[in-house]
Design a binder for this molecule. Structure first.
Ligand code: IMP
Ligand code: MG
Length: 178
């Protein structure tokens, strides 16, 4: 089936406003604390780069790559492709995600990271597809809720492509996701 990037759903200037708003909220909530930002590779890399520059409290960054196997059952299993370099015990950890869909990947990751005893553990997601949620998940900061469409651009891919597009657009001709 051929794929086509259709109309822009979220233009880059709106994404910049989202990053500014989220950065201000995070800065306010973490006054007097230091944050450890964890970027979930690869999709969140563009969002991470923009968001971290809007956060005005001290930050360290680290990266993690996971692969989710959702299979046919309700619970997905997450395999760590790249683990963190840093020890998160006693740290204020903020997970930075590109988009939350079923929520299965992140709910498993949260369970895993909690066993490492962070001082706190929160989530910031640039985009959210609430209609698709299958796991119970409290997302602390959400950039924008979007309809149940497959989107690309601003770090989000389809088969590795389109991450470099500055705007977020709907991809037609697929019901799949990475
Ligand atoms: P979840 O476990 O279903 O929440 O999976 C979330 C992950 O699926 C995201 O981090 C993305 O990598 C990917 N994903 C979900 N929806 C989209 C989309 O619309 N475009 C691109 N990637 C997506
Ligand atoms: Mg992702």
């Amino acid at each position: 089936m051929s794929k086509k990037v259709d109309g822009i759903l979220v233009p880059s200037d709106e994404i910049q406003e989202i990053c500014q708003r989220l950065g201000a909220e995070i800065t306010r909530d973490y006054q007097g604390q230091e944050i450890l930002l964890i970027c979930i590779l690869k999709g969140a890399v563009v969002f991470m780069a923009d968001l971290m520059r809007e956060i005005k409290v001290p930050c360290e960054i680290d990266f993690m790559a996971v692969q989710s196997y959702t299979g046919t059952k309700t619970s997905g299993v997450v395999r760590i492709i790249k683990d963190l370099d840093l020890d998160i015990a006693g740290r204020h950890v903020l997970i930075v995600e590109d988009i939350i869909d079923s929520g299965l990947t992140l709910s498993h990751l949260i369970g895993l990271l909690k066993t490492r005893n962070p001082a706190s553990l929160k989530i910031v997601a640039c985009f959210d597809k609430p209609e698709r949620r299958r796991a119970k998940l409290d997302i602390d900061y959400i950039g924008k809720a979007i309809p149940d469409e497959f989107i690309v651009g601003y770090g989000l891919d389809y088969e590795g492509q389109y991450r470099n597009l500055p705007d977020v657009s709907i991809l037609c001709g697929t019901g799949e996701e990475d």
